[in-house]
Design a protein around this ligand. Sequence first.
Ligand SMILES: [Zn+2]
Length: 325
Amino acid sequence: MKHVIIDQQGKAQLYFLLIVFINLTIFSLIVTGVVIGIKGYISDTRSVYTSITCCESICSTCFFTLHTIATILPWVCIVILFVGICAAIYKALYIPYRNNSLIHSLPSLSIECYPKLKNIAHRMHFHNQLVLLDNSELRYAFTSGLWKPKVYISLGLCFYLTRKELQAVLLHEAQHKKNKDPLKLFIIQILYALNFFLPINHYLLDQFSSASEKAADDSAVNVSREPIELASALVKICKSNQTAALYPFVSYFKGQNVTEDRVRRLLEPQMPPPDLFKVYLYSSSFLSLFIATILFLSLFYKFLLPAYAPDCAAKTCHIVRCGQS
Ligand SMILES: [Zn+2]
Protein backbone atom coordinates (compact mmCIF):
# COMPACT_ATOMS: atom_id res chain seq x y z
CA MET A 1 0.00 0.00 0.00
CA LYS A 2 2.94 2.33 0.71
CA HIS A 3 3.81 2.77 -2.98
CA VAL A 4 0.13 3.57 -3.69
CA ILE A 5 0.20 6.41 -1.10
CA ILE A 6 3.40 7.82 -2.57
CA ASP A 7 1.83 7.52 -6.01
CA GLN A 8 -1.27 9.58 -5.12
CA GLN A 9 0.71 12.04 -2.97
CA GLY A 10 3.24 12.38 -5.76
CA LYS A 11 0.43 13.08 -8.22
CA ALA A 12 -1.10 15.73 -5.93
CA GLN A 13 2.33 17.32 -5.47
CA LEU A 14 2.95 17.27 -9.24
CA TYR A 15 -0.40 18.94 -10.00
CA PHE A 16 0.24 21.55 -7.31
CA LEU A 17 3.70 22.38 -8.72
CA LEU A 18 2.31 22.45 -12.27
CA ILE A 19 -0.40 24.94 -11.27
CA VAL A 20 2.16 27.15 -9.50
CA PHE A 21 4.67 26.96 -12.37
CA ILE A 22 2.19 27.57 -15.22
CA ASN A 23 0.41 30.44 -13.48
CA LEU A 24 3.52 32.23 -12.20
CA THR A 25 5.20 31.89 -15.63
CA ILE A 26 2.20 33.33 -17.48
CA PHE A 27 1.69 36.08 -14.90
CA SER A 28 5.40 37.06 -15.04
CA LEU A 29 5.39 37.14 -18.86
CA ILE A 30 2.27 39.34 -18.96
CA VAL A 31 3.67 41.72 -16.33
CA THR A 32 7.04 41.86 -18.18
CA GLY A 33 5.26 42.55 -21.48
CA VAL A 34 3.20 45.36 -19.94
CA VAL A 35 6.18 46.94 -18.14
CA ILE A 36 8.39 46.84 -21.25
CA GLY A 37 5.64 47.94 -23.64
CA ILE A 38 3.55 50.49 -21.73
CA LYS A 39 5.38 53.55 -23.16
CA GLY A 40 5.02 52.13 -26.66
CA TYR A 41 1.30 51.40 -26.15
CA ILE A 42 0.69 55.02 -25.08
CA SER A 43 2.65 56.53 -28.00
CA ASP A 44 1.04 54.10 -30.50
CA THR A 45 -2.42 54.95 -29.19
CA ARG A 46 -1.63 58.67 -29.66
CA SER A 47 -0.33 57.97 -33.16
CA VAL A 48 -3.45 55.98 -34.07
CA TYR A 49 -5.63 58.78 -32.70
CA THR A 50 -3.71 61.26 -34.90
CA SER A 51 -4.11 58.95 -37.92
CA ILE A 52 -7.82 58.56 -37.37
CA THR A 53 -8.45 62.28 -36.98
CA CYS A 54 -5.73 63.86 -39.15
CA CYS A 55 -7.83 64.13 -42.30
CA GLU A 56 -9.87 66.86 -40.59
CA SER A 57 -12.71 64.39 -40.36
CA ILE A 58 -12.64 60.99 -38.69
CA CYS A 59 -11.14 58.34 -40.97
CA SER A 60 -13.51 55.40 -40.48
CA THR A 61 -11.43 52.94 -42.55
CA CYS A 62 -8.56 53.52 -40.13
CA PHE A 63 -10.57 51.84 -37.35
CA PHE A 64 -10.39 48.51 -39.12
CA THR A 65 -6.68 48.26 -39.93
CA LEU A 66 -4.52 45.56 -38.35
CA HIS A 67 -2.41 48.29 -36.79
CA THR A 68 -5.38 49.91 -34.98
CA ILE A 69 -6.63 46.55 -33.69
CA ALA A 70 -3.08 45.67 -32.55
CA THR A 71 -2.98 48.98 -30.65
CA ILE A 72 -6.21 48.19 -28.78
CA LEU A 73 -5.32 44.61 -27.79
CA PRO A 74 -2.56 45.48 -25.22
CA TRP A 75 -5.11 47.62 -23.37
CA VAL A 76 -7.44 44.60 -23.26
CA CYS A 77 -4.53 42.59 -21.75
CA ILE A 78 -3.93 45.33 -19.16
CA VAL A 79 -7.64 45.24 -18.17
CA ILE A 80 -7.45 41.40 -17.88
CA LEU A 81 -4.29 41.71 -15.75
CA PHE A 82 -5.94 44.31 -13.52
CA VAL A 83 -9.12 42.24 -13.07
CA GLY A 84 -7.00 39.13 -12.26
CA ILE A 85 -4.91 40.99 -9.64
CA CYS A 86 -8.07 42.44 -8.00
CA ALA A 87 -9.75 38.98 -7.96
CA ALA A 88 -6.60 37.38 -6.45
CA ILE A 89 -6.38 40.07 -3.71
CA TYR A 90 -10.08 39.60 -2.98
CA LYS A 91 -9.63 35.81 -2.64
CA ALA A 92 -6.50 36.21 -0.50
CA LEU A 93 -8.43 38.38 1.96
CA TYR A 94 -11.88 36.84 1.74
CA ILE A 95 -11.07 33.11 2.12
CA PRO A 96 -9.22 33.40 5.49
CA TYR A 97 -11.83 35.90 6.73
CA ARG A 98 -14.71 33.61 5.71
CA ASN A 99 -13.01 30.54 7.25
CA ASN A 100 -12.27 32.33 10.52
CA SER A 101 -15.76 33.75 10.88
CA LEU A 102 -17.34 30.37 10.12
CA ILE A 103 -15.18 28.53 12.61
CA HIS A 104 -15.64 31.15 15.32
CA SER A 105 -19.40 31.02 14.77
CA LEU A 106 -19.46 27.28 15.56
CA PRO A 107 -19.48 26.52 19.29
CA SER A 108 -17.01 23.80 20.32
CA LEU A 109 -16.98 21.16 23.04
CA SER A 110 -14.10 19.46 24.84
CA ILE A 111 -13.45 16.03 23.33
CA GLU A 112 -13.51 14.74 26.92
CA CYS A 113 -17.33 15.06 26.63
CA TYR A 114 -17.42 12.33 24.03
CA PRO A 115 -15.48 9.23 25.22
CA LYS A 116 -15.65 7.39 21.87
CA LEU A 117 -13.88 10.28 20.13
CA LYS A 118 -11.53 10.89 23.04
CA ASN A 119 -10.24 7.28 22.96
CA ILE A 120 -9.65 7.36 19.20
CA ALA A 121 -7.92 10.77 19.37
CA HIS A 122 -5.65 9.67 22.24
CA ARG A 123 -4.64 6.50 20.41
CA MET A 124 -3.79 8.59 17.35
CA HIS A 125 -1.94 11.20 19.54
CA PHE A 126 -4.30 13.63 17.91
CA HIS A 127 -6.25 15.20 20.79
CA ASN A 128 -4.49 18.61 20.65
CA GLN A 129 -5.30 19.11 16.99
CA LEU A 130 -8.90 17.99 17.04
CA VAL A 131 -11.92 20.24 17.65
CA LEU A 132 -15.33 18.80 18.46
CA LEU A 133 -18.09 21.10 17.23
CA ASP A 134 -21.22 21.26 19.34
CA ASN A 135 -23.82 20.57 16.67
CA SER A 136 -25.73 17.32 16.86
CA GLU A 137 -27.88 18.07 13.77
CA LEU A 138 -25.23 18.49 11.09
CA ARG A 139 -22.70 15.85 10.03
CA TYR A 140 -19.37 17.14 8.86
CA ALA A 141 -15.62 16.70 9.23
CA PHE A 142 -13.04 18.97 7.64
CA THR A 143 -9.50 20.29 8.01
CA SER A 144 -9.04 24.03 8.16
CA GLY A 145 -6.22 26.48 8.88
CA LEU A 146 -3.38 27.71 6.70
CA TRP A 147 -0.29 27.51 8.94
CA LYS A 148 -1.43 25.25 11.79
CA PRO A 149 -4.42 23.34 10.40
CA LYS A 150 -6.82 21.60 12.76
CA VAL A 151 -9.35 18.88 12.19
CA TYR A 152 -12.97 19.78 12.98
CA ILE A 153 -15.67 17.19 13.49
CA SER A 154 -19.30 17.72 14.45
CA LEU A 155 -21.10 15.93 17.25
CA GLY A 156 -23.77 14.93 14.70
CA LEU A 157 -21.17 13.02 12.67
CA CYS A 158 -19.82 11.31 15.83
CA PHE A 159 -23.34 10.03 16.57
CA TYR A 160 -23.93 9.04 12.95
CA LEU A 161 -20.76 6.98 12.35
CA THR A 162 -19.61 3.78 14.00
CA ARG A 163 -16.37 3.78 15.97
CA LYS A 164 -14.36 2.30 13.08
CA GLU A 165 -15.88 4.69 10.54
CA LEU A 166 -15.09 7.62 12.82
CA GLN A 167 -11.48 6.47 13.13
CA ALA A 168 -11.22 6.14 9.34
CA VAL A 169 -12.53 9.71 8.86
CA LEU A 170 -10.08 11.09 11.45
CA LEU A 171 -7.15 9.26 9.84
CA HIS A 172 -8.19 10.69 6.46
CA GLU A 173 -8.38 14.26 7.82
CA ALA A 174 -5.06 13.77 9.68
CA GLN A 175 -3.39 13.20 6.30
CA HIS A 176 -4.85 16.47 4.91
CA LYS A 177 -3.46 18.20 7.97
CA LYS A 178 -0.04 16.57 7.63
CA ASN A 179 0.19 17.55 3.94
CA LYS A 180 -1.00 21.13 4.64
CA ASP A 181 -3.64 20.63 1.96
CA PRO A 182 -5.75 23.67 3.05
CA LEU A 183 -2.73 25.94 2.44
CA LYS A 184 -2.08 24.38 -0.98
CA LEU A 185 -5.74 24.76 -1.91
CA PHE A 186 -5.64 28.40 -0.79
CA ILE A 187 -2.59 29.11 -3.01
CA ILE A 188 -4.29 27.35 -5.95
CA GLN A 189 -7.48 29.38 -5.50
CA ILE A 190 -5.49 32.65 -5.56
CA LEU A 191 -3.64 31.61 -8.74
CA TYR A 192 -6.91 30.42 -10.24
CA ALA A 193 -8.39 33.90 -9.64
CA LEU A 194 -5.24 35.63 -10.91
CA ASN A 195 -5.28 33.84 -14.28
CA PHE A 196 -9.03 33.34 -14.47
CA PHE A 197 -8.83 33.19 -18.29
CA LEU A 198 -6.90 29.87 -18.35
CA PRO A 199 -9.22 26.82 -18.63
CA ILE A 200 -6.35 24.42 -17.78
CA ASN A 201 -6.50 25.67 -14.17
CA HIS A 202 -9.93 24.13 -13.71
CA TYR A 203 -8.66 20.76 -14.92
CA LEU A 204 -5.52 20.89 -12.73
CA LEU A 205 -7.52 21.92 -9.64
CA ASP A 206 -9.88 18.95 -10.16
CA GLN A 207 -6.93 16.59 -10.55
CA PHE A 208 -5.10 18.00 -7.51
CA SER A 209 -8.24 17.70 -5.37
CA SER A 210 -8.93 14.16 -6.52
CA ALA A 211 -5.31 12.99 -5.95
CA SER A 212 -5.19 14.65 -2.48
CA GLU A 213 -8.41 12.93 -1.43
CA LYS A 214 -7.16 9.57 -2.67
CA ALA A 215 -3.79 10.06 -0.93
CA ALA A 216 -5.64 10.79 2.35
CA ASP A 217 -7.83 7.70 1.82
CA ASP A 218 -4.77 5.51 1.17
CA SER A 219 -3.02 6.85 4.26
CA ALA A 220 -6.11 6.11 6.43
CA VAL A 221 -6.39 2.57 5.05
CA ASN A 222 -2.66 2.00 5.47
CA VAL A 223 -3.01 2.63 9.23
CA SER A 224 -6.45 1.14 9.92
CA ARG A 225 -6.43 -1.68 7.33
CA GLU A 226 -10.18 -1.12 7.10
CA PRO A 227 -11.03 0.15 3.60
CA ILE A 228 -14.67 -0.94 3.89
CA GLU A 229 -15.18 1.23 7.00
CA LEU A 230 -13.81 4.29 5.20
CA ALA A 231 -15.93 3.55 2.10
CA SER A 232 -18.99 3.18 4.34
CA ALA A 233 -18.23 6.52 6.10
CA LEU A 234 -17.77 8.22 2.70
CA VAL A 235 -21.13 6.95 1.44
CA LYS A 236 -22.88 8.04 4.66
CA ILE A 237 -21.33 11.55 4.56
CA CYS A 238 -22.07 11.88 0.83
CA LYS A 239 -25.71 10.94 1.48
CA SER A 240 -25.94 13.62 4.20
CA ASN A 241 -24.39 16.01 1.64
CA GLN A 242 -24.22 18.94 4.05
CA THR A 243 -20.58 19.95 4.27
CA ALA A 244 -20.08 21.32 0.78
CA ALA A 245 -23.32 23.30 0.84
CA LEU A 246 -22.66 24.85 4.22
CA TYR A 247 -18.93 25.38 4.23
CA PRO A 248 -17.71 25.83 0.68
CA PHE A 249 -14.34 27.30 1.67
CA VAL A 250 -13.39 25.17 4.66
CA SER A 251 -14.55 21.91 3.20
CA TYR A 252 -12.47 20.03 0.79
CA PHE A 253 -13.31 19.05 -2.77
CA LYS A 254 -16.35 16.77 -2.72
CA GLY A 255 -17.72 16.09 -6.16
CA GLN A 256 -20.15 13.21 -6.51
CA ASN A 257 -18.00 11.59 -9.24
CA VAL A 258 -14.86 11.83 -7.12
CA THR A 259 -16.64 10.22 -4.14
CA GLU A 260 -17.86 7.38 -6.37
CA ASP A 261 -14.33 6.90 -7.71
CA ARG A 262 -12.89 6.90 -4.16
CA VAL A 263 -15.44 4.32 -2.93
CA ARG A 264 -14.78 2.15 -6.00
CA ARG A 265 -11.01 2.08 -5.45
CA LEU A 266 -11.45 1.38 -1.71
CA LEU A 267 -13.69 -1.60 -2.44
CA GLU A 268 -11.95 -2.81 -5.63
CA PRO A 269 -8.34 -1.53 -5.52
CA GLN A 270 -7.26 -3.83 -8.37
CA MET A 271 -9.73 -2.25 -10.84
CA PRO A 272 -8.08 0.32 -13.19
CA PRO A 273 -9.42 3.88 -12.75
CA PRO A 274 -11.93 5.13 -15.35
CA ASP A 275 -10.26 7.23 -18.06
CA LEU A 276 -12.78 10.06 -18.29
CA PHE A 277 -10.64 13.18 -18.44
CA LYS A 278 -8.57 12.96 -21.64
CA VAL A 279 -10.95 15.08 -23.77
CA TYR A 280 -11.17 17.58 -20.89
CA LEU A 281 -7.34 17.69 -20.66
CA TYR A 282 -6.78 18.15 -24.41
CA SER A 283 -9.53 20.75 -24.89
CA SER A 284 -8.53 22.84 -21.84
CA SER A 285 -4.80 22.64 -22.76
CA PHE A 286 -5.47 23.69 -26.36
CA LEU A 287 -7.77 26.54 -25.33
CA SER A 288 -5.30 27.77 -22.66
CA LEU A 289 -2.43 27.69 -25.15
CA PHE A 290 -4.52 29.60 -27.68
CA ILE A 291 -5.51 32.29 -25.13
CA ALA A 292 -1.92 32.62 -23.84
CA THR A 293 -0.60 32.96 -27.43
CA ILE A 294 -3.14 35.71 -28.23
CA LEU A 295 -2.19 37.57 -25.04
CA PHE A 296 1.55 37.40 -25.75
CA LEU A 297 1.12 38.41 -29.41
CA SER A 298 -1.00 41.35 -28.25
CA LEU A 299 1.68 42.50 -25.82
CA PHE A 300 4.65 42.00 -28.14
CA TYR A 301 2.97 43.05 -31.42
CA LYS A 302 5.45 45.92 -31.92
CA PHE A 303 8.15 43.42 -32.87
CA LEU A 304 5.87 41.90 -35.53
CA LEU A 305 4.22 44.89 -37.21
CA PRO A 306 5.98 47.66 -39.16
CA ALA A 307 5.40 51.16 -37.81
CA TYR A 308 3.61 53.66 -40.05
CA ALA A 309 3.74 57.40 -39.45
CA PRO A 310 0.42 59.12 -40.16
CA ASP A 311 0.54 60.91 -43.49
CA CYS A 312 -2.08 63.65 -43.54
CA ALA A 313 -0.90 65.10 -46.84
CA ALA A 314 -1.46 61.81 -48.67
CA LYS A 315 -4.56 61.10 -46.55
CA THR A 316 -3.34 57.65 -45.62
CA CYS A 317 -3.67 55.81 -42.36
CA HIS A 318 -1.53 52.69 -41.92
CA ILE A 319 -1.35 52.45 -45.75
CA VAL A 320 -5.12 52.56 -46.25
CA ARG A 321 -6.60 55.64 -47.92
CA CYS A 322 -8.95 57.84 -45.92
CA GLY A 323 -11.99 59.08 -47.81
CA GLN A 324 -11.77 60.78 -51.25
CA SER A 325 -8.57 62.47 -52.42
ZN1 LIG B 1 -10.65 14.75 2.37
